[in-house]
Design a protein around this ligand. Structure first.
Ligand code: HEC
Ligand code: HEC
Length: 443
């Protein structure tokens, strides 16, 4: 007996000595774990390319990435001058794509819902935007779900929460649903999600894309530089505009986040607590089962039973809004009902309105929700809820570590590199209504 305990004592001593000798055992553990779950066994699976490294960024079908297209898209995305097809004259020239996808809010709206045409005000980070006096609720451009983040969107082959845009990947064999009712006939062009969606997007968001108007704003030369291969009569169109904006969006990588720097070998880029949180994310908490690859996203659809925007106070939406049905709203299949695309997880801290219905307002609350594993939306039938959504039994310490990983480890502090110095109209951006102009310091 005594001999055995002595042996155990010696063994423990040896083990503790060897671990002490390693500079930081958790780095080693985390690396091993990531290699184990990467399909190719390689850390590269989790690494975001730099926005400059165009050869490494996934390009869309028919839309190779060029610096000229990206430079053009970078301006058009923020160009309030395009807001020419507003519902009322008071809305003209006041909004842009970035009204709902704010760089300072992780390319999300900074409030429960984005408002473009008919919106007024900005606040510090989008939070003060509300409805213009002379607009009715049903005249607003406010969509029935929280705007998705556009970070790391190059990895999203099929866009929107339902994945309805894009002709390939998840949408193979869904041709029957590419129709007017789903508003995605554009899929018949055979493009990927981004390039397809953004053809529709400028129209949906009441922007004027004509050769004449683009010229008035000063963009003709930039289109000429970006699309020299397009005959002139096809050069200033919704298609080329989408190609330019999509090329820009594909460069929006959160590659300066501490977790990314750690993956590239900078072992002290993350604190001990963030590393522990990463371990929780990639082991016990099971987050990695759905949040995958470099963007920690996937073009897979799961129901985690969260509430819809009409239940949390959004404009212009209700129980019958097709967006509430997720993938099922697009495919019309019972088994797809209430399943939503798995979103990316970088820079979540900047817009504290989580899930498609903005039903949670802090990352602590999101972690508690997954840890409790109890669906909050009674409308969602139990059989549709993902089998990975169940109580996780995380300790208080593990929850805290997980939150730290999300808040800090997955936070790129330099997103201003994706914002242009100016747009060619010379307008204020991302918003240009009188109140936003004051908030943004343009007046
Ligand atoms: C009124 C607010 C609003 C404006 C303006 C807006 N968006 Fe969005 N955006 C949204 C919402 C809401 C979603 C999610 C829609 C859905 O799932 O049905 C979204 C989703 C997207 C997505 C899909 C991302 C993904 O991961 O699937 C892309 C791409 C996108 N928007 C690009 C743009 C571009 C480009 C513009 C300008 C032409 C624009 N948006 C203007 C609200 C807006
Ligand atoms: C069953 C697959 C699945 C698992 C497991 C999972 N997620 Fe998610 N996650 C999703 C889906 C799907 C959404 C979007 C749901 C919606 O809005 O309807 C989401 C949304 C989120 C969001 C909000 C993103 C946004 O844009 O609003 C965060 C943050 C998040 N998950 C973190 C986590 C963490 C942390 C874990 C582990 C504790 C986890 N997820 C586990 C599928 C999953």
């Amino acid at each position: 007996m005594r001999r055995i305990s002595l042996l155990i004592f010696v063994a423990l001593y040896v083990v503790s000595c060897t671990t002490d000798e390693l500079p930081n055992p958790i780095d080693h553990q985390l690396q091993k774990r990531l290699e184990a779950i990467a399909p190719d066994g390689n850390l590269d699976y989790f690494i975001l390319p730099s926005s400059e490294d165009l050869g490494k960024i996934p390009a869309g079908v028919g839309n190779p990435l060029t610096p000229e297209k990206i430079a053009l898209g970078k301006m058009l995305f923020f160009e309030t001058g395009l807001a020419k097809d507003a519902m009322k004259s008071s809305g003209e020239g006041t909004y842009s794509c970035a009204s709902c996808h704010l760089p300072t809010a992780g390319f999300m709206p900074g409030r429960i819902q984005g408002i473009a045409d008919g919106g007024i005000g900005y606040g510090l980070n989008g939070e003060s935007r509300s409805i213009m006096n002379d607009y009715e609720e049903n005249e607003l451009d406010a969509q029935g779900a929280r705007a998705l983040s556009l970070l790391n969107v190059a990895f999203v082959t099929n866009t929107t929460w339902s994945g309805k845009f894009g002709a390939h990947h998840a949408n193979e064999n869904t041709e029957y649903a590419w129709d007017e009712e789903n508003g995605n006939e554009v899929n018949h062009l055979g493009l990927d999600g981004l390039e397809a969606q953004n053809i529709e997007g400028t129209q949906l968001h009441r922007m004027r894309i004509t050769a004449g108007w683009l010229d008035t704003l000063g963009y003709t030369d930039m289109y000429n530089a970006a699309f020299p291969d397009f005959p002139e009569h096809e050069r200033y169109t919704h298609l080329t505009t989408s190609f330019a904006i999509s090329a820009y969006l594909r460069t929006l990588m959160a590659d300066q986040a501490p977790f990314q720097r750690w993956l590239q070998g900078e072992s002290d880029a993350m604190s001990q607590e963030e590393k522990a949180g990463a371990m929780v994310f990639f082991t016990k908490a099971g987050c990695y089962r759905c949040h995958k690859g470099a963007g920690l996203s996937s073009v897979e659809f799961h129901a985690v039973g969260v509430r819809d925007l009409y239940q949390t106070g959004g404009f212009n939406t209700g129980p019958d809004d097709k967006r509430n049905f997720g993938r099922g709203g697009f495919t019309r299949k019972q088994e797809d009902m209430y399943k939503f695309k798995v979103p990316q997880l970088y820079n979540m801290k900047d817009s504290p309105f989580y899930f498609h219905g903005s039903s949670h307002h802090s990352l602590h609350s999101v972690v508690d929700y997954f840890n409790d594993g109890i669906p909050e939306n009674e409308v969602v039938p139990e059989e549709n809820i993902s089998k990975y959504f169940h109580p996780l039994n995380l300790t208080e310490e593990e929850k805290e570590q997980l939150v730290k990983f999300l808040e800090k480890g997955l936070y790129d502090p330099y997103l201003e590199r994706y914002v242009p110095e100016e747009v060619l109209s010379g307008n204020c951006f991302p918003n240009n209504d009188p109140l936003s102009r004051v908030h943004l310091g343009c007046d």
